[in-house]
Design a protein around this ligand. Structure first.
Ligand SMILES: [Zn+2]
Length: 51
């Protein structure tokens, strides 16, 4: 499973249709809306995931 950094939803990576690359890593999203939010401000969503 992978986690959508925007809404926190757990996703099956085989089922992911929306992804973005940022700083050499690939992030997965449940929807185009989440992908767009991430693309606008990736740092804001990643800050909470580092812990
Ligand atoms: Zn989402």
């Amino acid at each position: 499973m992978v986690k959508d950094p925007v809404c926190g939803m757990e996703l099956d990576e085989r089922d992911v249709r929306f992804t973005s690359e940022y700083q050499g890593r690939t992030y997965s999203f449940c929807s185009l809306a989440c992908k767009k939010k991430f693309d606008e401000n990736p740092g804001m969503y990643l800050r909470g995931m580092e812990a």
